[in-house]
Structures are given as structure tokens and as C-alpha cells.
Write a protein that binds this ligand. Structure first.
Ligand code: TXA
Ligand code: MG
Length: 353
């Protein structure tokens, strides 16, 4: 398949025909990768079983891992979901368009292929002008997982999408680097008590202001070995993983820098190529090659925006072992560390011990 890449300029007269073409491709059953405020998405028609199947094939994703349906207008929700609780409207008023995905009971219009066989559907309204117009031009319902190949770090630039999906999608809309860099927060509204399934830019504290009680799915914190399946099937798969073996090094800054410098020496001695993911505050203190600064601890949004890109940079450098600092920042630390823990398969070292 030939993949066309089209840059969006932000000038509406120039972008309108590109968005119209993208919509046409979707309505014909094709695939379009597009920017959102969180990460790039790999879009297909959410109401066509064949489109969902094409998405799974292009992504190399198991088809029991359901897709998020993206809408551009609140009224469209009633077309696909039933028993929508009042709380959803309050959440939407506060957070939509934005990085929040809500899970509802689905109606029959949504094919089982889109929801991985579940009787629920995940819905989100992205906060990105081009994404919203693209969804409208496509008929209103775009199923879109993150645009990475399954198991790879999510894509935060169109270049990442080209790397992963060239030859596998009809069109890539290049909207430049995304704003947030972590996938949406997911909340399940199908049960008595709302439940957080994936942490993201919108924090549990912000959600609780509206939901009151809020449970957390054990998969979020990594307690899934207990035999119980996670509610978001995607949380059970190996995720975001760079090709090199990633280890998180925790502790005081002093101890972390010292320990990682020892690990770098050891790796080099063993003929391994190390890489380090660091805060910009500490980046200069590492002695090895391939030190990648994710951003300043004083600006956690910067770290969130860059975290997937630095994992990819470590790959591009050919690193076989990667050491990362832990970024336990106040607001987004939970979401950032959720992604890093998955990428590291929960491998970590405490440098204070
Ligand atoms: O920010 C985002 O959410 C991005 C952009 C493109 O919108 N999309 C995204 O999709 O991250 P994906 O497919 O990479 O992650 C969706 C997650 C998966 O873990 C999946 O298992 C879960 O949402 N999910 C989808 N539908 C679900 C459902 N009905 N019940 C429970 N979990 C669901
Ligand atoms: Mg994903």
C-alpha cells in the first residue's frame, strides 16, 4: 500500500481539502493516521467491522484489545452508547474536548470488532481542531488506537508514525508534535462506582471533584499478576517497549546518578551499548554515551510530552540496555511512571539500598 503524508499548515483554506480527502478515505473503508492532543491515532470507520480488522492488522495488535471511538460532537454519543449516566455529561462539560476517555455500554450499531468483543465502548472527544474536523468529515465515528505498531512507544510526531506505519495506512496527516504526549485518561462508567482504567493528563484528583468516589483498576498500579484480568484489555499487553532492556533506577538524585554511572561502566565492559533517560537537571552528570534528557523536573508537562520520544531515541541509538530516572512529579508523575513501568516490565532498582 502506498502511504501519502500530508502536512497540515494550520491555515484553514489550505487544510480543508486535506481533511476532506482524509474523510473520504475513511468512508471508503481506508485508514488515516492523524494528530490529537495526546498522541497520534490510527483511524478507521468505527462502525465498520472491516475497518476495525484493518486497524488491528496495520498495528499488529491482538483483536481482543478494543479501540477507542472518537467523536466530535456530544450528540453523537447517543448514537453508540446506552445507559449514559448523568455524571458523563458533567465530566464531558468539564473535560471534553480533551484527554479523557469514558467507557459506556454500547448499542448494536457498534460492531464487536471495534470493541474487541466487549459489550462496552470507549469514547473520547479529542481537543485538536484538525482531529475534530476529520472526525466530522468521516461520518462522525473514528475508531483509533495510538498510531504505533503494537508494543512500540506511542507516536508523538508524524515522523514516528511514518517509522511504524509506512505502507500500512493510506494517509498520514502531519500536524507536528503533539501537545500532551501521554494517551488519554480512561474512566469506566459502566458500574456503580466509576473506575480509573488508565492514568493520563487528567488526574484522579480532578476526576474525583466530579465523580466523588473513584476506584482504581489493579492493572493501573501493576497488581495484575493476581490472576484477575484487567478491565482495559490493553493493560495486559507488553507496552511501549523500546528494543533495549529498560530499568528504572529510583532513589535520591545523588544515589541515582552514582548508581547509573556504575551501571554504564558495567554495561560498556560487557560490550553492551547503554543509554540513559534523565531529567534535564541531571543529564550532564552521566558519563556514558546516549544520554537523553526528557525535560525538567520543574516542568512535568515537558517530561510527559517527551517520554515516548526519548524511548524511541534510545532505540535509534541501538542501545541494548537503558537506564531511566524515576519521574515522580506531583501531577503527572503517576501517568508518566505508569508508562515507564510498563515499558520496563516493572524492572527497577532502588539506588538508596
Ligand atoms: O489518547 C488516546 O486515548 C489515544 C488517542 C489516539 O486518542 N488512543 C489510545 O488508544 O491510546 P489505544 O488503543 O492505544 O489505547 C486504548 C486503551 C486500551 O488499553 C484498551 O484496552 C482500552 O483503551 N479500551 C478500549 N475500549 C475499552 C473498553 N470498552 N473497555 C475497557 N477498556 C477499553
Ligand atoms: Mg496504545
Amino acid at each position: 500500500m502506498k502511504t501519502e503524508v500530508t502536512a497540515l499548515t494550520g491555515i484553514w483554506e489550505e487544510d480543508a481539502p486535506k481533511i476532506a480527502l482524509a474523510g473520504k478515505i475513511i468512508r471508503k473503508g481506508g485508514l488515516v493516521a492523524f494528530p490529537t492532543e495526546t498522541v497520534y491515532g490510527l483511524g478507521g470507520d468505527a462502525l465498520k467491522a472491516e475497518s476495525a480488522e484493518k486497524i488491528y492488522a496495520a498495528k499488529g495488535r491482538p483483536s481482543d484489545n478494543p479501540l477507542i471511538v472518537h467523536i466530535a460532537d456530544w450528540e453523537k454519543l447517543e448514537g453508540i452508547a446506552v445507559r449514559i449516566p448523568d455524571m458523563a455529561e458533567t465530566l464531558a462539560k468539564r473535560f471534553w474536548p480533551g484527554p479523557l476517555t469514558m467507557i459506556f455500554r454500547k448499542n448494536k450499531i457498534v460492531p464487536d470488532e471495534t470493541t474487541g468483543g466487549l459489550d462496552t465502548v470507549a469514547v473520547r472527544m479529542p481537543d485538536h481542531p484538525h482531529a475534530l474536523e476529520f472526525i466530522r468529515a468521516s461520518g462522525g465515528y473514528i475508531a483509533a488506537p495510538s498510531a504505533n505498531r503494537s508494543g512500540r512507544p506511542s507516536c508523538t510526531t508524524a515522523e514516528h508514525v511514518v517509522e511504524d506505519l509506512k505502507g500500512r495506512v493510506d494517509l498520514i496527516l502531519d500536524g507536528g508534535p503533539v501537545g500532551i504526549g501521554l494517551e488519554s485518561t480512561i474512566i469506566d462508567l459502566t458500574e456503580e462506582t466509576p473506575c480509573l482504567l488508565r492514568p493520563g493528563f487528567i488526574t484522579p484528583q480532578e476526576l474525583r471533584e466530579i465523580t466523588g468516589e473513584l476506584k482504581t483498576d489493579p492493572a493501573v498500579t501493576g497488581e495484575i499478576q493476581s490472576g484477575r484480568a484487567p478491565k482495559a484489555p490493553g493493560m495486559k499487553y507488553r507496552h511501549y517497549a523500546p528494543k533495549g532492556e529498560l530499568t528504572i533506577v529510583k532513589g535520591t538524585a545523588e544515589n541515582v546518578v552514582c548508581r547509573i554511572n556504575i551501571l554504564i561502566k558495567e554495561a560498556l565492559r560487557e560490550g553492551k551499548l547503554p543509554a540513559v533517560i534523565a531529567s534535564s537537571e541531571n543529564a550532564d552528570r552521566y558519563d556514558g554515551p546516549n544520554v537523553f534528557a526528557a525535560g525538567s523536573l520543574q516542568r512535568e508537562e515537558e517530561i510527559a510530552r517527551n517520554i515516548f520520544a526519548v524511548l524511541r531515541k534510545a532505540d535509534d541509538a541501538g542501545a541494548s540496555v537503558i537506564y531511566t530516572e524515576a519521574f515522580d512529579t506531583p501531577k503527572l508523575g503517576g501517568a508518566i511512571m505508569n508508562r515507564l513501568n510498563k515499558a520496563a516490565a516493572y524492572r527497577s532498582i532502588n539506588a538508596d539500598e
